[in-house]
Design a protein around this ligand. Structure first.
Ligand code: PAF
Length: 302
């Protein structure tokens, strides 16, 4: 596996792969790779002739108060892990390669960026603008056939699908199931910030999601009562930012769960902000999020 740091080198490598008839899979990451990221690489390697992993800690998507400098950076380990899992190329550009002097463009998706993690009080719209701007750039740099994202960031996937559809990107967006620890905690690079005591308490997020799925299976379809149940399970966390049951396509809150739904949670444990979600289906057991729980805004499969 080669590592490159410039867009020109990235394109040269991908041109050679394409000329050899290989399809290109893109796995965008901010590094500190864990099994969740590695499952994206596995999927891309299985579905494409050539897989490029990008490692870029994107400064523009950090919220005010989030410590960009403290974000884990482990390029040597990431390189070894990506190579071990069969990636063909690692693109790890410096900030000035992505945002050169004079950079003045932003890609901004409306609507679904203004709710949940994007709510005005969380300054999340700014966060999603940072995500869509860098992802649009990566899509243009790589011209990949498929791009792989984790369903753990369900809203991010929905926003990227919206952007790809609206801006006619040809890339197919593939959402991959959340990878969890034995107690259900969703893998996240931010889990590294948790102290052992906080790590114990962080298990409450997935317990809350699963208790809602269980209550739904037993016939409780009232979203307010399901959210109440979730809040009682979330007592170990320090702050619940939100727990909501939403439409999986539009992310609009539901009052009754009559069909496929998504339970979503954001909470702080100590100083660490964690998010998680679970696809729900009334009167059946909770289903682990398949690609179809995050359809394009029009419901078409890209
Ligand atoms: O999910 C992430 O790690 C980031 O938001 C992404 C998609 C790599 C963009 O910086």
């Amino acid at each position: 596996m080669r590592t490159v740091a410039t867009v020109a080198e990235l394109r040269d490598q991908l041109d050679v792969a394409r000329a050899g008839g290989l399809s290109i899979g893109l796995v965008p990451t901010m590094g500190a790779l864990h099994e969740g990221h590695l499952s994206l690489i596995d999927r891309s390697v299985a579905e494409n002739g050539f897989t490029v992993v990008t490692v870029f800690v994107n400064p523009t998507q950090f919220r005010p108060g989030e410590d960009l400098d403290a974000y884990p950076r482990k390029l040597a380990e990431d390189t070894a892990l990506a190579a071990e899992r069969g990636a063909d190329l690692l693109f790890a550009p410096p900030v000035e390669e992505v945002y050169p002097d004079g950079f003045a463009t932003s890609v901004s998706v409306g609507g679904i960026t203004e709710t949940l993690c994007g709510a005005p009080e969380r300054r999340g719209h700014q966060h999603f603008d940072g995500v869509t701007t860098v992802v649009a750039k990566l899509f243009n740099m790589a011209g990949a056939d498929r791009a792989y994202f984790g369903q753990k960031d369900a809203q991010q996937v929905a926003v990227i699908r919206r952007m790809a559809h609206d801006l006619n990107f040809r890339v197919q967006i593939v959402a991959c199931p959340t990878v969890r620890e034995a107690d259900g905690l969703a893998l996240s690079s931010r889990n590294a910030y948790l102290t052992p005591e906080e790590r114990q308490r962080a298990g409450a997020l997935s317990r809350a999601l699963h208790s809602v799925a269980g209550a739904l299976t037993e016939g409780e379809t009232d979203a307010a009562r399901l959210c109440e149940l979730a809040h009682s399970e979330l007592s170990p966390v320090d702050e619940v930012e939100y727990f909501e049951i939403v439409d999986p396509g539009t992310l609009e809150p539901l009052t009754t769960v009559g069909g496929p739904a998504l339970a979503v949670v954001a909470a702080r444990v100590g100083a660490t902000r964690l998010i998680d979600n679970l696809a729900l289906q009334p009167s059946t057991a909770a289903v682990s999020a398949p690609d179809t729980t995050n359809p394009t805004p029009q419901g078409a499969v890209i």
